[in-house]
Design a protein around this ligand. Structure first.
Ligand SMILES: Cc1cc2nc3c(=O)[nH]c(=O)nc-3n(C[C@H](O)[C@H](O)[C@H](O)COP(=O)(O)O)c2cc1C
Length: 231
């Protein structure tokens, strides 16, 4: 009874130090074409400028993301900024998030649904459906989302940090989803793109449309596009 509160700080400091860095194994994936992404490039925008510009924009228009823009946004949210470690912090470096891009297609990135592979900075094609095709049939989907030319979906799996925890928890996963989402939204602002956040939809149906395994949940949708003139 007395040991738990004494041990907890020790375990927590191990957690913060990242002494057990085994990342969650990526979910089993069916074979699919892999598309290499351009390396992230430093742009002229400042962090202050991006923070000032970020807002939820719901009137998003095409053209859909170029390969370079998609690469920059994916890397910002979940990319590696040094071997085995990512732009966004993660409890015990376990990385429970997944990141999908659904796009209507542009001359450099074909329409379809893709899953980001941070360890190789590449996209794996997960299906041919674009935004309207994949999200349109989801009951009660908000129209501004299906009208966006590209939509990112952050997904996550429960994360159990301590072996003695009885049930896996989504707490760490939700925390990390917020950090990854904000990183992507700030990068969108830095690139002069419009973006929004949405989780007030049937996320279970979104996960089913993406073909997620049972333990992986869709957590938030981040529509991205061009800002309509005057908005
Ligand atoms: C977790 C979360 C879920 C949200 N879900 C929706 C949504 O389903 N539909 C929507 O139009 N906006 C949604 N929003 C956007 C908020 O309405 C918006 O962030 C808020 O009004 C503040 O405006 P701002 O983002 O422009 O600063 C969501 C925001 C968050 C953080």
């Amino acid at each position: 009874m007395v040991r738990a509160p004494l041990l907890r700080p020790v375990l927590l400091s191990a957690l913060l130090a990242g002494s057990s860095p085994a990342a969650l194994a990526p979910p089993a994936e069916p074979p699919g074409a892999t598309l290499a992404l351009p390396a992230p490039a430093a742009g002229p925008a400042t962090l202050d400028g991006a923070l000032k510009a970020r807002r939820t924009l719901r009137e998003l228009t095409g053209p859909a993301l170029t390969l370079g823009e998609a690469a920059q946004l994916l890397w910002s949210a979940q990319g590696e900024n040094r071997p085995g470690r990512r732009t966004v912090p993660s409890a015990h470096a376990r990385y429970p998030l997944g990141l999908y891009l659904i796009t209507e297609g542009s001359p450099t990135l074909a329409a379809g649904t893709y899953r980001y592979r941070p360890e190789v900075h590449a996209l794996r094609k997960a299906g041919d459906k674009g935004v309207a095709g994949l999200l349109g049939p989801v009951q009660g989907m908000q129209p501004w989302i299906t009208q966006a030319p590209s939509v990112f979906v952050v997904t996550g799996r429960p994360l159990k940090i301590f072996r003695r925890e009885t049930a896996p928890t989504m707490d760490y996963t939700f925390w990390e989803c917020g950090a990854a989402s904000q990183a992507l939204l700030l990068q969108a602002a830095a690139l002069g793109l419009g973006a929004g956040t949405a989780s007030g939809v049937d996320l279970g149906a979104v996960g089913a449309a993406l073909g997620l395994p049972p333990e992986e949940k869709a957590l938030v949708l981040l529509p991205v596009g061009r800002v309509k003139a005057g908005k």
